[in-house]
Design a protein around this ligand. Structure first.
Ligand code: G3I
Length: 367
């Protein structure tokens, strides 16, 4: 395949042999997985994965296969990861994920075709706007076209809104918008639809969950964004709510239900696309933290899953062992302890959060 730098077999290695060789303990009962508890209500559960670890960590691979019906690459399908040098795309990791999903009967969410972060180094501000536009459209055509008919969703545009920047429509002051005008959003969605008419096309964003003024402004801008595109027949099929939660932060379930109802009234579907729970406001005691994290997530999921337009839940990782939360300023704990914001702990054992998600599925109205 042109430009393929790493052979995909190198990425996944002899994973099958590895998995076979390593005794991973008794398999969980069939109904006792997040994907089965979700499916029983017509929902899906999935997790973000780090592709290389699917071959380097058999216990991680087994947990993903056991619990998830959907996988999303944590970074391996971002433009900066796919085209580190101009005109030399490297799809080995992305192809490896698609192969893994196909081999294990999993669906894939593509993430993310256009995002102002993790972009290729050749996209610099001295490049003419027409060059940016041509590069963006050919990236979308090449990437979404490569997996045509095989993607459940594409996050076509990620995090385009930032009301704090004071721009019209609450658009973010960042590349793409600044260089191409905010029309780049519509162009991206139309290009993605042309490249893969079968995929559901999502707009994905964060900071929509709480009742402070900033979150209210983000919800207002997001609703207007969706309404405007639906009215102009821009192919936005779904809203991805990242749902990076913070235990200990006040959550207003009724306000949240109203927001989801307003979004659903536009006709688009909704998915919770990056659920995890920061615990830096909580004391170090593990039992206390796990309980508070589980209760917080449960309250949020009960409100969110009451809205039938919500089709599923993806956690941003499956195990605390590899969570971005423990490696990122703003979510790392001051005491340096591992953040416990995902369903499985460092040893791939189920935590109260796993049970909270499972029980939220059990109590959700069937789709
Ligand atoms: O690119 C290198 C790659 O060449 C190298 O081989 C590999 C080896 O580990 O590392 C890669 O680097 C980093 C990658 O994570 C893997 O650790 C990237 O430099 C780094 O930018 C990347 O960070 C990801 C970040 O998005 C940017 O893509 C995080 O893992 C990922 O959790 C984070 O996810 C974002 C969502 O996409 C959008 N919503 C917020 C969320 C959290 O920030």
């Amino acid at each position: 395949m042109p430009g393929q730098v790493i052979d995909r077999r190198q990425v996944l290695g002899g994973a099958a042999a590895l998995a076979g060789a390593v005794a991973l303990g008794p398999p969980a009962a069939a109904s006792d997985t997040l994907k089965d508890r979700a499916a029983r209500r017509g929902l899906f559960y999935g997790a973000a994965v780090q592709v290389g670890r699917l071959s380097s960590d058999p216990a991680y691979r087994a947990a993903i296969i056991r619990e998830s019906a959907v996988v999303v690459p944590e970074w391996e399908m971002k433009w900066g990861a796919l085209e580190p040098s101009r005109g030399k795309p490297d799809f080995a990791r992305a192809d490896a994920l698609m192969d893994f999903a196909a081999e294990n009967g999993l669906e894939v969410r593509g993430h993310a075709l256009v995002w102002f972060r993790h972009i290729p180094p050749f996209l610099t501000k001295d490049l003419a706007p027409e060059e940016w536009r041509r590069a963006m459209l050919s990236h979308i055509e090449r990437t979404a076209g490569r997996y045509r008919g095989r993607m459940l969703h594409w996050d076509v545009v990620n995090e385009a809104l930032e009301p704090k920047d004071g721009r019209p429509g609450g658009f973010r002051k960042a590349v793409f918008g600044e260089i191409l005008g905010d029309i780049y959003v519509d162009e991206a969605f139309h290009a993605a639809q042309a490249a893969d008419p079968a995929a559901k096309l999502y707009y994905n964003d964060y900071g929509l969950d709480y009742t402070d003024a900033e979150s209210e402004a983000r919800r207002r801008a997001t609703l207007a964004f969706v309404e405007d595109r639906v009215a102009r027949k821009v192919p936005v099929h779904g809203l991805g709510i990242q749902a990076h939660l913070q235990a200990g932060r006040p959550f207003d379930a009724e306000r949240y239900r109203r927001f989801l109802k307003d979004i659903a009234a536009t006709g688009v579907e909704i998915a919770l696309t990056e659920l995890d729970v920061k615990d830096r406001r909580l004391p170090p005691d593990i039992a206390q933290r796990d309980r508070a994290v589980a209760d917080h997530a449960r309250a949020f999921l009960d409100a969110a899953l009451d809205e039938r337009a919500v089709k599923g839940v993806v956690t941003w990782g499956i195990t605390d062992r590899y969570s971005w939360l423990s490696a990122t300023k703003g979510s790392m704990r001051d005491d340096g302890l591992t953040v416990r914001g995902l369903p499985l702990d460092d040893d791939m054992q189920r935590k109260p959060l796993w049970h909270a998600i499972a029980e939220a599925f059990d109590h959700a109205p069937s789709r």
